[in-house]
Design a protein. Structure first.
Length: 158
């Protein structure tokens, strides 16, 4: 199954507050899981404002991973510290890939479940959460920035 992607290789959009240090991790891991890197960036922006040391209600790190629910996943992936940016993105992308597989690429449903929306499966597309709408809109914005960056890069003469 191919997961929904807008692009699978991100350049560094200038309109994000995610540290340049984390962008290679986002590119590498999102490519590994066939997830749109701009969507991962949008989630990180929304969840932690790009801050790796954030904790909110027990959720930790860039992608706000709740350790209690992801201990088995962390163990399987060899992640011990959710404040480690690479490990946090790895756990988050692994979870997203599982959700995309389970919900057949339905991005709205995946995002609602990722954010903990309990009634995600009973909502219509029109009634998806503000979280899902926000992430999907920001993903498109980041994708546009990506395309602009790519189109402004000089090409090599063949």
């Amino acid at each position: 199954m191919v997961l929904p992607t807008l692009h699978t290789t991100a350049t560094e959009p200038s309109n994000t507050w995610i540290s340049n240090e984390y962008l290679p991790y986002i590119k590498e891991i999102s490519n590994e899981y066939h997830i749109c890197p701009e969507m991962v960036m949008a989630i990180i922006e929304h969840e932690s404002s790009g801050q790796a040391d954030v904790e909110n209600g027990g959720c930790k790190g860039l992608m706000q991973i709740y350790e209690k629910y992801h201990r088995d996943r962390m163990e399987r992936l060899g992640v011990e510290d959710l404040y480690d940016p690479y490990g946090n993105i790895l756990v988050g992308c692994d979870y997203l890939a599982e959700l995309f597989e389970k919900y057949e690429g339905d991005m709205s449903t995946v995002l609602m479940i990722y954010s903990g929306t309990s009634d995600a499966l009973t909502r219509t597309y029109e009634n998806r959460t503000e979280y899902a709408k926000s992430i999907m809109n920001r993903t498109v914005e980041l994708e546009r920035l990506h395309e602009e960056t790519e189109s402004s890069e000089p090409t090599k003469a063949e």
